[in-house]
Design a protein around this ligand. Structure first.
Ligand code: MTE
Ligand code: MO
Length: 321
């Protein structure tokens, strides 16, 4: 069993706020010098993102990897992929403060009994769960993130998928006035950023809608106010700042598959045995592990094989990459 029983202590209580909020604490020691030199962006993120992140009401979860040490908040919030704000790892933390995240609503349509424009407040439960998950990017780096969220299945149960629904499609906001990566000459991807899951993957208890991390609301650069987290798949499946969810019969198009179909498939389950055409997926670099940290062997389904392996029984995972 991967998961230990839920504990009473929440991750937000384990790490004192001063440790994860205050950059100076990290930079005080000699290790801080190295952090500063490889991650010059940290200085920007704290000062310029002025949105006050509310503390969230949470409860423990049996699906949390309580045995894993979360990556420091400094790294989770300053080393990001969010191409709507630029392609550099430090761009989202520097640029995303301009995004308006309140009010927020999600349009839910397609093959459901109860389509509509749902206000954020109508979808997000008052008390959410603390879930520590591994997070593995297709670029072969990884973190451990203490998310706050609730199961996507709660939303799907509410809108009642029709029997013909086989897939769930997701869309990120398009708002070039507030998203510098969506304006200008160079556009890294087609907008909106789109992603999708098979309905059974979407209904799986590990599939999370995250609204926070480290016990507080999501910083904009991490996909505020609400994003998907699918811990056994490469990070690009975990689409940020979601404004639309559509139930479909056909497999929906996905952004990275459109951009480079040979390199990024629809499934994108973490798989150390199927290399990316341009690099190995056998091991990963641990973000925040220090300059001389050893690479960690990558786990099948990112360590969640016991929970999700059955979803892919009989499938050739080299073909369905
Ligand atoms: N809308 C949108 N969602 C996105 C991305 C993006 O560029 N735009 N990047 C993806 C990729 S490649 C990764 S690794 C994760 C990064 O999440 P994090 O910045 O919270 O670590 O977000 C994913 N979701
Ligand atoms: Mo990624």
């Amino acid at each position: 069993m991967v998961f230990r029983p839920a504990q009473k202590i929440l991750p937000s209580e384990i790490t004192p706020k001063s440790v994860y909020l205050n950059r100076r604490t990290l930079l005080a020691g000699s290790a801080g010098a190295a952090i500063g030199s490889i991650m010059p962006s940290v200085a920007h993120s704290a000062g310029e993102n002025t949105r006050v992140l509310q503390k969230l009401e949470t409860r423990p979860s049996e699906y949390s990897n309580e045995d894993l040490e979360p990556t420091a908040k400094e790294y989770i919030t300053s080393y990001n992929n969010f191409y709507e704000f630029g392609t550099g790892k430090e761009d989202p933390a520097r640029n995303a403060h301009t995004l308006t995240v309140k009010p927020w609503s999600i349009k839910i349509d397609g093959l459901v009994n109860k389509p509509g424009e749902y206000a954020y407040e109508d979808l997000v439960p008052a008390v959410q769960e603390d879930r520590i998950y591994r997070f593995r990017c297709v670029e072969a780096w990884s973190m451990v993130v203490p998310w706050v969220g609730f199961q996507l299945s709660e939303i799907l149960d509410k809108v009642e998928p029709l029997g013909s629904a086989k897939y769930v499609a997701f869309e990120t906001l398009v708002r070039p006035e507030e998203m510098p990566g969506q304006s200008g000459l160079f556009q890294a991807l087609e907008w909106p950023y789109v992603e999708g899951l098979r309905l059974d993957e979407a209904m799986h208890p590990l599939t999370l809608m995250a609204t926070g991390l480290y016990g507080e609301e999501l910083p904009n650069q991490n996909g505020a106010p609400i994003r998907l987290v699918v811990p056994w798949k490469y990070g690009f499946k975990s689409i940020k700042s979601i404004v639309r969810i559509t139930l479909t019969e056909q497999e929906p198009p996905t952004s990275w598959n459109i951009a480079a179909p040979r390199e990024y498939g629809f499934y994108s389950n973490v798989n150390p045995r199927v290399d990316h055409p341009r690099w190995s997926q056998a091991s990963e670099r641990i973000i925040g592990g220090g300059l001389f940290a050893k690479r960690k062997p990558t786990l099948r389904f990112n360590g969640y094989e016991e929970e999700v392996g059955d979803l892919y029984a009989g499938m050739d995972l080299t073909k369905f990459y």
